[in-house]
Design a protein around this ligand. Structure first.
Ligand code: ADP
Ligand code: MG
Length: 210
């Protein structure tokens, strides 16, 4: 897993870097215009530290990523994404081998962390509107015969629908909620970055044919 985690992290760092200005523009419309900058800073730091990760277990790597996100990203998203990695680390801590059936549980452990930390749920115009439909699809379909990369591709469609559903939503959490009705008509920046993250994970898996 370790190699695949690092490949995913490096690819996510690239994608967020490429989309830094786009994410920041989304956040400028309904927040404070720092989402892309925040995430880019955190991921650059993770990439920098990644060389020191080679002797660590999957769970330890996930914890390091969590700490780096919490202390370098700042803003709501740093704490929320950081908590997700912390909870995923806890879930995989005592597992010797991660099997296909564990994957949905790993995702939902992370998402439960975001829900708890953010006191939020689906339908409030946040990153959860992308993440929860993806995670639910995985949970409901992991037993299918298909390869993991097919199931992920299907789940990604749900994530995209969820992401786009935030456009018409009224924000109930985070800075965007201060705008009340004026938050309607804009894509949520966290929903957009979450989709990029899930799309990157799916792309890496597609390359592996697992
Ligand atoms: P900040 O709002 O502190 O500047 P960012 O701009 O980095 O932080 O991140 C904003 C994103 O964080 C939002 O677009 C939203 O998706 C997500 N977010 C904010 N508050 C919450 C919450 N309580 N629960 C889930 N996600 C949230
Ligand atoms: Mg912001």
């Amino acid at each position: 897993m370790q190699k695949i985690i690092m490949e995913i992290i490096n690819r996510i760092a690239e994608i967020i870097h490429e989309n830094k200005d786009y994410l920041t523009d989304l956040d400028r419309a309904i927040g404070d215009g720092d989402h892309g900058i925040n995430l880019n800073r955190g991921l650059l730091k993770i990439k920098e530290d990644a060389e020191k990760y080679s002797s660590l277990s999957d769970s330890e790597i996930s914890n390091k990523i969590a700490m780096t996100l919490i202390s370098n990203v700042g803003g709501a998203s740093g704490a929320l994404y950081g908590t997700a990695f912390m909870k995923m680390a806890a879930y995989i801590k005592d597992k010797e081998n991660i099997s296909k059936n564990d994957i949905p549980n790993i995702f939902s452990a992370g998402i439960e962390g975001i829900k708890m930390r953010g006191k939020s749920d689906v339908g409030e115009k946040t990153m959860l509107d992308t993440l929860i439909p993806f995670s639910n699809y995985l949970k409901e379909n992991i037993k299918k015969e298909e390869k993991l990369n097919i199931i992920f591709s299907e789940a990604l469609e749900k994530a995209k629908e969820g992401r786009d559903s935030t456009i018409e939503m009224l924000a109930k959490k985070g800075r965007a909620s201060y705008l009340k009705e004026r938050s309607i008509g804009h894509l949520d920046p966290g929903a957009a970055s979450s989709y990029m993250i899930l799309e990157t994970i799916t792309d890496v898996l597609r390359g592996k044919e697992i």
